[in-house]
Design a protein around this ligand. Sequence first.
Ligand SMILES: NC(=O)c1ccc[n+]([C@@H]2O[C@H](COP(=O)([O-])OP(=O)(O)OC[C@H]3O[C@@H](n4cnc5c(N)ncnc54)[C@H](OP(=O)(O)O)[C@@H]3O)[C@@H](O)[C@H]2O)c1
Length: 250
Amino acid sequence: MPEALVTGATAGIGAAFARRLASDGFGVVLVARDAARLEELARSLRADHGVPVEVLVADLAADAGIARVEQRVATVDLVVNNAGFGQQGEFLETEVSAEVAMLRVHCEAVLRITKAALPGMLTRRRGGVINVASVAAFFSRGTYSASKSWVVVFSDSVREQVRSSGVHVMALCPGWVRTEFHERSGMDTSGIPDSLWLDRETLVAAAIRDFRRGTAVSVPDVRYKTAAALGKLLPRPLMTRIAARAGSKH
Ligand SMILES: NC(=O)c1ccc[n+]([C@@H]2O[C@H](COP(=O)([O-])OP(=O)(O)OC[C@H]3O[C@@H](n4cnc5c(N)ncnc54)[C@H](OP(=O)(O)O)[C@@H]3O)[C@@H](O)[C@H]2O)c1
């Protein structure tokens, strides 16, 4: 039975990935900090899909937490590096510890878990890694978009190294998705029209379809594909000013 490991599985996009992969017949390893919520999800996945589900409690902003996942991931077929969080406030207002924690979860954990997972996948000549970035990767706004931009570039370069090996590495760039993300980071989303919100299950279905097709950077939904293309095409100073103005509203 193939095995998947999903970080940030207690809520939102990660929980949707875990549910979908369990229903596809994967044994699942669920990673996050909240042990009670992970156990609850594990029970529900076992009951609904009859697959083995393991709970791995780890804080991915801490060296020991990342190390625990590195040790587990060698035999896993599909890794979804999804754990993440947003932040309210301008760079000059935030605590430096929060900025560094974001880099650890969004970048260091993604790097170390990917590095630990790939040798086994390459030996088996199958499987891969989905790294959850964001459409924010194509705009310059704070450490969040800088870290998600890193995820896209990192995934691109690793994918090139494993080309023709049967292993695939994909960056997933969601637009707005209804999860706990915005409330946890204290963002005001009241100005975002209902029509712009993506459904988690639809997002995950599109991501898995793109992964199977060998897509390099998956941007589900045509509106967000357009936004990402604009972010890449606009002159950088103009793109940065637009991102600053749009971001300050939330
Ligand atoms: N929602 C959106 O609009 C949106 C858009 C673009 C990209 N994304 C990206 O999608 C990913 C998932 O976000 P979401 O929207 O599903 O948010 P969410 O509902 O807030 O879920 C975030 C998950 O990350 C886990 N997590 C956070 N910090 C962690 C840490 N230090 N160690 C381990 N796990 C940690 C949380 O679990 P615990 O609290 O239990 O640890 C939770 O399971 C993130 O990378 C985010 O940047 C989201």
